[in-house]
Design a binder for this molecule. Sequence first.
Ligand code: GLU
Length: 446
Amino acid sequence: MTVRVRFAPSPTGRLHVGNVYIALANWLFARKERGVFVLRFDDTDRERSTAEFAAGIEADLRWLGLVWDESARQSERDALYAAAVETLKANKRLYPCYETPEELDLKRKSQQQRHLPPVYDRAALALTEADRRRLEAEGRRPHWRFLLHREDVRWHDLARGPQHIDEASQSDPVLVRADGRYLYTLPSVVDDIDLRITHVIRGNDHVTNTAAQIQLFQALGATPPGFAHLPLLTDAKGEGLSKRLGSLSIAELRVSGIEAMAVASYLARLGTADAIEPKHDLDALAATFDLGKFGKASPKFDPAELTHLSARLLHGTAFEAVRDRLAALGLVAVDAALWQAARGNIGRLADLAEWVEVCYGKVAPTVDDAGFLQKAAPLLPPEPWGADSWADWTAQVKAQTGRKGRELFRPLRLALTGREHGPEMKDLLPLIGRAKATARLRGETA
Ligand code: GLU
């Protein structure tokens, strides 16, 4: 049996790290199991869903490398849902209800007063044909509820372990609204059946829906898929991420220069006991991915840890892997040698611009001790320069001036780069070259 999973966002906004946590889990699971990853747009909410958000979500997923094998849009699949409604009506598992929201609210309040659980009382089941005709003549349109079997529904959750929900404690869910629109549950289950989904991997905010969905699978003649409910990410204070998402949208992270593989490396391991470390491709993450490694506790998402991981990832990245992206950033001057020299000193790829200036552009030197620099300049060895030129030169300067350690190296670095810190001087010096080095040691901007 081929594993088939789906990531099912509603295109009512762009993806944020919490969504990607789920998307990635689906993708990695499919990859590991040599399965199929389906992108399903849950766009039944016609007012809030837009084509722009759908395109944005696709762009976010592509950027992360989470390419999909198949895709579907619920807005194009009404006929399937209508057919399922007919099946459920024929099997007496769907029944019309006429209560207004206000009436339902009153019922709940009176149940609360009597210390009863706020479960729908199924009053509509007692309506006769004549009652219905009268209500419809008053202008009421029915909404439709799924008649739950009042049983304890059990499943083995691949992330949470054995679960059970007593459906006697749940209201019969509304599947079709009075205006004819479908609520999430019906299209989701119908699509999971039609798309032959074998594993539903999603956030734990859907645990309570699962028992009713299992019954719905069965009512439609299907075997329920496996389920895995992952914990929802929180911020440092333990609060849900959904409230303040701006800076945690994938689009924002991308603009701020975070590496896509840093996002993936972080989110694939967050909430598991596995070490979070930079990985350069998704397959490396898929190899050790296991739904059973996720705990129930909500992992804390730490933007600073992501930033740090992103920098570490760059520090170990080969030039060939970034060449095209450097060009796209306008950093065409970066060659393999400059990359090798400076990659350990950048947080974002764009930070390389600074070291392009230092090596191939203009720098205003910081002159600490003009006399010392004047002595050092003529000792620069003749070109060509290589890995040993810095050591050869500074050995000469040391011998001639008697300086050593920080006293020797700091003024040279300040003059040659205009900066206190940076990549190893032995790597930078050959890139700066003799002409610029000589000028900078003289205090000239070059
Ligand atoms: N569109 C639903 C959501 O984003 C999908 C839930 C599911 O995976 O079943 O919550």
